[in-house]
Design a protein around this ligand. Structure first.
Ligand code: ADP
Ligand code: MG
Length: 237
């Protein structure tokens, strides 16, 4: 029998537990398995553990709720950024738990994710949805208002070629922002193309993935880093 890779194991574990949502740490482990750079992280179960993980990762850090019942973490008061000391980390740990319980008293809480804080930069989104007609598709856009208000996004049917991925980036209305403008330097277009191609491979290898969201990915002059990842599996698998 062919041995299971890391992504297969994570998906299998979720199925065993009857879950369709892969938690952020699981989705990020899948990203890592596919060579997509993500922020370093650890899941803490108490405030002291959170402070210890933060010291290991290096300050500042970001703390986030980990719960299969809370998909939009910010909405639940479940994200605290730029925590600079062990005391701030411990306080944020407790605030996040309180907020999560108030938001959804029935939510199962797995723990609190302690992660490396990625420097602020241009935020982009790479996503995927499984379409009833076309199968796996890949989406690309800029973060925030560009996607939500201006609907400046592009789609392709997977699997994508490098040329497909590059054209997704260059056809955005906001492409000029990525190329650099006034005092903003150009961002690493190759790093974006690479992420799009890796997502294409991931969803082609795993037809049981119904939705994937890397939102946001921080893109720099050199390189890119995914700071939030979400994967939803098909119910029937
Ligand atoms: P949500 O579930 O609400 O989408 P996110 O994990 O995307 O939660 O966090 C909300 C916002 O916080 C992100 O859009 C990003 O701007 C910021 N953020 C989250 N994680 C990090 C990180 N590790 N480094 C820097 N900024 C982050
Ligand atoms: Mg997000």
């Amino acid at each position: 029998m062919q041995s299971l890779n890391k992504t297969d194991k994570i998906i299998l574990q979720a199925k065993k537990e009857g879950r369709v949502v892969l938690l952020e740490p699981e989705a990020k482990a899948v990203c890592t398995d596919y060579g997509i750079p993500v922020t370093k992280f650890n899941v803490a179960k108490n405030e002291n553990e959170a402070a210890n993980f933060a010291a290991k990762i290096g300050f500042p850090v970001v703390l986030k709720i980990v719960s299969p019942d809370i998909i939009h973490k910010t909405e639940a008061g479940g994200v605290k950024v730029n925590l600079k000391t062990p005391e701030e980390v411990k306080a944020a740990y407790n605030t996040i738990l309180t907020n999560a319980k108030n938001y959804n008293p029935k939510a199962t809480i797995v723990g609190v994710l302690v992660q490396e804080m990625a420097p602020q930069s241009t935020e982009v989104i790479v996503g995927s949805v499984k379409d009833a007609t076309f199968g796996q598709t890949v989406m690309f856009g800029l973060g925030g208002i560009f996607v939500e208000m201006l609907k400046d996004v592009t789609f392709r049917v997977a699997p994508l070629t490098k040329q497909d991925a590059l054209s997704m980036v260059t056809e955005l209305k906001a492409y000029s922002l990525l190329k650099g403008y006034r005092n903003s330097p150009p961002v690493d277009i190759n790093a974006i193309v690479d992420t799009i191609l890796r997502v294409s491979k991931l969803v082609m290898d795993h037809p049981e993935i119904k939705e994937l969201d890397l939102n946001p990915i921080m893109v720099y002059q050199t390189g890119a880093k995914t700071v939030d990842a979400r994967i939803i599996l098909e119910q029937s698998f």
